[in-house]
Ligand binder design. Sequence first.
Ligand code: DX5
Ligand code: ZN
Length: 222
Amino acid sequence: MTKISPSILTADFGHLADEILSLSNSGADWLHLDVMDNVFVPNMSFGQSMIRSLRGVATLPFDVHLMVHDAPRYLAEFAEAGADIITVHPESAANTHLHRVVSQIRGLGKKAGIALNPSTHPDVLEYLYEELDLVLIMSVNPGYGGQKFIPQMLRKIEYVSERIQALGLSVEVEVDGGINVTNAKSVRDAGATVLVAGSAVVDAPNRAEAIRLLKGYCKEAV
Ligand code: DX5
Ligand code: ZN
């Protein structure tokens, strides 16, 4: 069954503990934490101290998406702060030696993910799949919540899912950006196993209903 990992980017940062409890009680499987440094992406969000403070609030796995220039420098701090999954971008120059970065994440006892910007070809993963727990396919250009899903990413989701199946691996395929009840089915059908949903869940009048719809439990809009 598809997992839902709500992004807290559009949540009320003045009441984050309550927001996280609300998402947990609404059926979220993971919690997606978008870390931005205003260098790799043109926006800032929060860092490891915020994650450390939130760790005690819920037992949900913390799915940490590092949209930062120098991820290797901070891996140990994010691991210590309570991240369960740490995902890095190959487009950042500091991640040039991507195999080493992924090995460092696993060496810290955490699950390792690689996130691909919309214009990045998935063949960058070809010799890394065996080292990965997750591939994060960005379906918007990273930096902001509430953007529109880029439809060509369906082809990339299919491509990555097929490679993982062909290799006989069980790597999660997570899709991030612009997911809503109108496109969730096609994203799941293309092979996504985890959907990130920011605005579609956090801004919904009924978060539990939004999560059920995204998982495909109830009738979806067309
Ligand atoms: C974008 C972030 C996403 C985003 C998702 O840079 O990585 O996680 O906040 O938000 P929505 O679902 O609103 O596109
Ligand atoms: Zn994200």
